[in-house]
Design a protein around this ligand. Structure first.
Ligand code: NI
Length: 155
């Protein structure tokens, strides 16, 4: 439950760090990975997570939106760095411009923002596997991390 600024910012930090770990291993070549040709590519889903943060200004927060357009840039580095910047500036705006009362008023939006990120992150990890990229664990170890820990991953 999101009841205070501290509760939200703590959860947001953990969620965005998990997202950032995925974005940081994307390559320019992997951005075109798609489930089928008529669905969003890995790059478009990744960029969507940065882009959507700009919509939080509609809740009255003031911070710089992502640089660019809704269509994803072709640079994986640009996607990762813009997400990092905007997710941090969004958090700073929440901390400096809102209080516990405004957090409570916007709790449903903030919860949806996190769930939306979780949803698309799940799509990304599948596409990243298909693109042959390593996956960092999100809520638990990834297959690679199990192996490093000396465990036998399930198939
Ligand atoms: Ni979406």
């Amino acid at each position: 439950m999101i009841r205070t600024t501290t509760e939200f910012l703590t959860e947001w930090k953990s969620e965005t760090e998990a997202t950032q770990r995925l974005l940081d291993v994307l390559t320019d070549e992997s951005l075109g990975q798609a489930m089928t040709p008529d669905h969003r590519t890995l790059g478009q889903i990744a960029w969507h997570l940065a882009w959507v943060l700009g919509s939080m200004t509609q809740l009255g927060l003031n911070f710089p939106k992502p640089d660019g357009k809704e269509l994803a840039p072709s640079s994986a580095e640009k996607i990762a760095s813009e997400y990092k910047r905007v997710s941090q500036q969004f958090a700073e705006a929440v901390e400096s411009q809102w209080n516990d009362e405004t957090i409570l008023e916007n709790a449903a939006h903030l919860r949806l923002l996190i769930q939306h990120e979780v949803h698309h992150r799940g799509q990304m990890t599948v596409l990243m596997r298909q693109a042959g990229l390593p996956i960092a664990g999100v809520y638990g170890p990834s297959k690679e991390e199990w192996i490093v820990q000396g465990k036998e991953p399930y198939l």
